[in-house]
Design a protein around this ligand. Structure first.
Ligand SMILES: *Cc1c(COP(=O)(O)O)cnc(C)c1O
Length: 394
């Protein structure tokens, strides 16, 4: 009996386990030294100036929206082909989500569609844009920065699928997803299906010091502990010549979105293998591409793209439902990414409907994500390919 092959899964090594155990035996369960270490290493990995670790990717998005000041009625543009959290963070702050369609070739938010929206409204109508490095393919953030500057928008890059992914800018330089050169803020998730697993976990990266400090504050209730920044007087604080040792101030309405020290230890340990894992993902993508690209039942196959981080390997096929069910019967659990966000009943209740995003909806009719993860064996991958071919009568 073939063992179950999911579309994605984590791998935990002895080193990971030992690092977590060591942290559990230390003085800190949360807010300890492993968090800062994870942040520093992660910033290094994506080449950003700052990183803020948080409890999950959704919390990261929420904090970004808060730090950028999203408020009631603010209009923000994003893609319908993403996990709902990319859009929901705007709603958490009372803002309005405006979807723009995808480019049918890249599956990424179509910059031409975004430009069209911006041109059709008075300047200042839109506050920000949230492009997603969907499937691991890097958005051309340089182009988005140019557009954002023209219309005075901020950018949150949802890089959950793309640690280690990059695009080449107009000067031919590698620009890593989340490096902060173009986006104001980028976010990552360490959910077990993502490249780096910490159980639950997330990260925000940025090159903006003001936003960085704001995020650090919002992550822990909006509280600061810094004598130079207090609003209340020393007397009101209960001190005489200086603020007393216990004193702190809650200056903003923040949240408890902290990650624990042992999760950070797991994340930091996993990060050491990130390059190795990425290489494996690219190799798996190469093998799928070679095996499937010329088959007439495959409409499209996202193989061998420079800088792609291959969180997902996506095919567009005829009879997607049939293939999905057939693979499932053979213990291969492919997945569909994503049900277009604007068709979720919650967003339909806000006025979105079928037909609004034709490229996304057409993509959704045919897409299927095949198993890609670093511990997928060669044998397992060949079995997946063989089952796909046999479904289509080969
Ligand atoms: C996983 C994911 C998120 C949310 O991350 P969590 O850690 O699960 O909260 C957001 N956006 C995208 C694109 C994701 O894939």
């Amino acid at each position: 009996m073939q063992k179950i092959i999911p579309y994605g899964k984590q791998s935990i090594t002895e080193d990971d386990i030992n690092d977590v155990i060591e942290t559990l035996k230390s003085d800190y369960l949360t807010q300890g030294p492993r968090i800062a270490e994870f942040e520093e290493r992660f910033a290094d990995y994506v080449q950003s100036d700052y990183a803020v670790a948080v409890s999950n990717g959704t919390a990261a998005l929420h904090l970004c929206a808060l730090a950028l000041g999203v408020k009631e009625g603010d209009k923000v543009i994003t893609t319908p082909i993403t996990f709902a959290a990319s859009a929901n963070c705007v709603r958490y702050c009372g803002g309005e989500v405006v979807f723009a369609d995808i480019d049918p070739d890249t599956y990424l938010l179509d910059i031409k569609a975004v430009r069209k929206l911006l041109e059709s409204a008075p300047k200042g109508t839109y506050k920000g844009v949230i492009p997603v490095d969907f499937a691991g393919r890097a958005v051309d953030m340089e182009a988005f920065r140019e557009l954002a500057n023209e219309y005075d928008l901020w950018i949150i890059e949802d890089s959950c699928h793309a640690p280690g992914g990059f695009f080449n800018d107009s000067k031919g330089e590698k620009q890593y997803c989340g490096n902060g050169n173009f986006a104001d803020l980028s976010i990552f998730s360490f959910h077990p299906v993502k490249h780096i697993a910490s159980g639950e976990g997330g990260m925000i990266t940025t090159n903006n010091k003001v936003l960085y400090e704001k995020l650090m504050q919002l992550r822990t209730h909006g509280i600061i502990k810094d004598n130079d920044l207090y609003v209340n007087s020393i007397e009101l604080a209960g001190g005489e010549n200086d603020y007393p040792g216990w004193y702190m101030e809650m200056q903003d309405l923040g949240f408890n979105y902290r990650i624990t020290d042992f999760q950070a230890a797991l994340g930091a340990s996993q990060l050491k293998r990130a390059d190795e894992g990425l290489k494996k993902r690219k190799e798996i993508a190469r093998v799928y591409t070679e095996a499937l690209k010329d088959k007439d039942y495959i409409k499209s196959c996202s193989g061998n793209i420079n800088g792609h981080a291959y969180h997902l390997f996506i095919l567009e096929v005829e009879n997607r439902l049939g293939l999905y069910n057939f693979l499932g019967k053979n213990n291969i659990f492919a997945q569909i990414h994503y049900i277009p966000c604007h068709l979720m009943p919650y967003y339909q209740n806000l006025g979105w409907k079928e037909g609004d995003m034709p490229n996304a909806e057409n993509y959704y009719k045919h897409c299927i994500s095949l198993p890609v993860f670093p511990v997928l064996t060669e044998e397992e991958q060949l079995y997946v390919i063989q089952k796909i071919n046999s479904f289509y009568g080969e």
